[in-house]
Design a protein around this ligand. Structure first.
Ligand code: K1U
Ligand code: ZN
Length: 179
């Protein structure tokens, strides 16, 4: 298994449209394992392949407190319905930001599991919110797109600033060349 790098907003690769999986083979199962390991390590409750720079329609979710109820959705198709509710959302690609987003309260999902078998389920609560958030990622959408332009700009500036300060510079003693 491998820990994968998670893309950080406003990385343009988060905007790519993911392509459907044609065959659920060993390489897809390996991707699922790597994504699950990356999600648990982050830690998060979901991860879409787009976030690890893989443009394939694969999502992993585990909303359990025990972290032992992994759900795999390959080529998920959702139909969301019900009342509109406000959900407090975070995103592993938008670290340190939690904002309210309007979502549908329920979603029906069809997908393939990691054996390539069709699954169909009705979701509500956190699972319904999470699957909507993850399918948005597969379509190149990030939850900050639902926020005001002002909030989005502030978040983008903050994350760009943080990414620069994390980069080693010649002033960084640990990374400075030894002359
Ligand atoms: O897709 C992602 O970026 C993962 C994201 C999923 C999500 C969270 C909340 C609402 C909708 C979708 C996360 O997992 S953010 C981290 C998080 O929610 C969390 C982390 C540790 C413990 C519990 C939750
Ligand atoms: Zn996200």
């Amino acid at each position: 298994m491998a820990l994968l790098d998670i893309l950080v907003y406003p990385d343009p690769r988060l905007r790519k449209q993911a392509r459907p999986i044609e065959t659920v083979d060993q390489s897809v199962r390996q991707l699922v394992k790597d994504m699950a390991q990356t999600m648990y390590a982050a830690p998060g409750i979901g991860l879409a392949a787009t976030q690890v720079n893989v443009t394939k329609r694969v999502v992993v979710i585990d909303i359990s407190e025990t972290h032992d109820q992994l759900q795999v959705f390959i080529n998920p198709v959702i139909s969301s319905f019900g009342e509109t509710i406000e959900s407090e959302e975070g995103c592993l690609s938008v670290p340190g930001i939690i904002e309210p987003v309007a979502r549908f309260s329920q979603a029906n999902v069809t997908a393939l599991d990691s054996d390539g078998m069709p699954i169909e389920l009705h979701t509500e609560g956190l699972l319904a919110i999470c699957i909507q958030h993850e399918v948005d990622h597969l379509d190149g959408k990030v939850f900050v797109d639902y926020l005001s332009q002002l909030k989005r700009d502030r978040i983008r500036k903050r994350l760009v600033r943080e990414s620069h300060s994390e980069r080693p510079t010649s002033c960084d003693k640990e990374n400075a060349p030894v002359i």
